[in-house]
Design a protein around this ligand. Structure first.
Ligand SMILES: Cc1ncc(C[n+]2csc(CCOP(=O)(O)OP(=O)(O)O)c2C)c(N)n1
Ligand code: SF4
Length: 353
């Protein structure tokens, strides 16, 4: 049954002076009731595929499990269930497929830590050769499998414009093997290989990779960043990516309570603070150019984000490290500037758009 929305779809209103913004639209609490059935989240539908279902062994509060569920269910809805998923080694692979069990309810392949993009390219080539254009390929991996060991395969997939959506679940470290540093670990963060010791504790400044921007430099059809703090936005970006062909890349910030040392109940809050501080900008790019970004609604200082996580505790105790907190603030400021994240609310991207 198609239910009528309780309010008009705000996108159809001509008179902007009477516009009402519903920031929570698409949430489970009240938001879905404010939208037409075609605009509701995939997860609100009883027809969702549950691509990754219960029984997996992710930690409580795992951002990666949440992100993968929303991303894959959105990809399944966008393709009428015609998705083959390829997975790199990492937490997502390990917690979802403890042999001989699996949580996946779609065709799913795992090969190695660093070759998910290459395997996905091969699957896409085989489907093309067989003329099975309706079946689409999604590759996925953690930041270690994507930005480090799998990066050569990923760059090749981009350069050949293979028909694959690659999703990186960025928890900013090699979590599956005990929280080692990756090239996506932020400066100053404590990991097992960048301990909180010495004169500059934690991960050094000035190294690491901005893979969404490197992906854009390949001029591929679509690049986006997303966060588990805004699951409706995440679903919309996956849906948009699946409406296109060629190489596409989505980089999703997925807090890891174990590695980041925050409370398991705070996963969404921490992800939201990353966005609201400017540390993790949300944007979309097509053929190398930024086409949209999500304006920050309520800007917060970076330290409000840092203080939620034990991996940054050494910046505040036993003594505040003013210089390095300021350096992290500068990184956020640069993101805000680069993606124009503080534009006025009148030009702000509507959440339902
Ligand atoms: C060639 C190779 N080197 C190392 C490993 C061990 N290994 C398995 S998973 C993993 C870390 C995965 O980290 P990431 O890709 O960031 O995913 P996460 O577990 O954080 O989700 C490592 C080092 C491996 N499987 N293969
Ligand atoms: S270690 Fe982190 S990424 Fe891995 S399952 Fe636990 S919470 Fe998720």
């Amino acid at each position: 049954m198609t239910e009528a929305p309780l309010v008009d779809d705000i996108r159809t209103r001509e008179d902007t002076s009477t516009r009402v913004k519903f920031y929570q639209t698409g949430t489970f609490t009240a938001g879905n009731r404010l939208l037409g059935s075609d605009l509701r989240t995939v997860q609100s539908s009883q027809e969702r595929t549950n691509a990754i279902t219960c029984g997996h062994r992710a930690c409580q509060g795992c951002g990666e499990a949440l992100g993968a569920r929303y991303a894959l269910d959105a990809a399944m809805r966008a393709t009428n269930g015609n998705v083959i998923a390829v997975n790199a080694t990492g937490c997502l692979e390990v917690f979802s497929t403890p042999y001989p069990e699996t949580s996946w309810q779609l065709p799913w392949l795992h090969s190695l830590f660093g070759n998910a993009a290459a395997v996905a390219s091969g699957v896409a080539a085989a489907l093309r050769r067989q003329g099975r254009d309706n079946i689409r390929v999604v590759a996925q991996g953690g930041d270690g499998g994507t930005t480090d060991i799998g990066f050569g395969c990923l760059s090749g997939m981009f350069e050949r414009n293979d028909d694959v959506l690659y999703i990186c679940y960025d928890n900013q470290g090699y979590m599956n093997t005990g929280v080692q540093r990756s090239s996506a670990t932020p400066p100053a963060a404590r990991t097992a290989t960048t301990p909180a010791m010495g004169s500059a504790p934690g991960n050094p400044f000035g190294i690491g990779k901005d893979v969404p921007r490197i992906a854009m430099a390949h001029n591929i059809p679509y690049v986006a960043t997303a966060s588990v703090a805004d699951l409706h936005d995440l679903e919309a970006k996956v849906t948009r990516a699946m409406s296109m062909h060629g190489a596409r890349y989505i980089h999703i910030l997925v807090p890891c309570p174990l590695g980041w040392a925050h409370a398991t109940r705070d996963t969404i809050r921490v992800a939201r603070l990353a966005v609201e501080s400017g540390v993790f900008p949300l944007f979309e790019a097509e053929h190398g150019e930024v086409v949209r970004s999500n304006a920050i609604r309520r800007r917060i200082p970076v330290e409000d984000y840092l203080m939620t996580q034990g991996r940054f505790a050494h910046l505040f105790k036993p003594k505040r490290d003013e210089a390095r907190i300021a350096a992290l603030q500068q990184i956020a400021d640069k993101n805000i500037d680069r993606y124009n994240l503080l534009r006025s609310s009148s030009t702000m991207k509507e959440v339902v758009a």
